[in-house]
Design a binder for this molecule. Sequence first.
Ligand code: DQA
Length: 149
Amino acid sequence: MKPLVLVLNGPNLNLLGTREPAQYGHETLADLAQGCADAAHAQGLEIEFRQTNHEGELIDWIHGARNRCAGIVINPGAWTHTSVAIRDALVASELPVIEVHLSNVHKREPFRHLSFVSSIAVGVICGLGSHGYRMALAHFADLFREHAA
Ligand code: DQA
């Protein structure tokens, strides 16, 4: 059975393609989902790709991943900088987490430099656009292969 990775996206990411293209590019969320699906297929992974504007829903999805998924790739959007609850849910999932941001948050406003997720993540990728998601999936594929060997 292929390892299942949950790819989660937080608020406003449904607007990709039209929202601040100078910051986030012209790809839509559907394009991003397709790119992840293609990368997952190539890497021998299964993925579930989801986006929500509701923090509680994201937390429920993280809870549901425990004992079901092999890892979580998450772009928590603005909740990165505000949500202890999402961090706690990720810790409770007991799964490896990779944090991804399309933009380089460190080049932006100071309030984006703090992440509640980074210190509990396996790794953080930011500023590489949708490529960051594909890199995160490639890393998980390597990690799971190493563990299986
Ligand atoms: C983001 C960066 C966040 O600061 C911002 O609130 C987002 C998107 C990114 O992907 O670059 O919504 O997570």
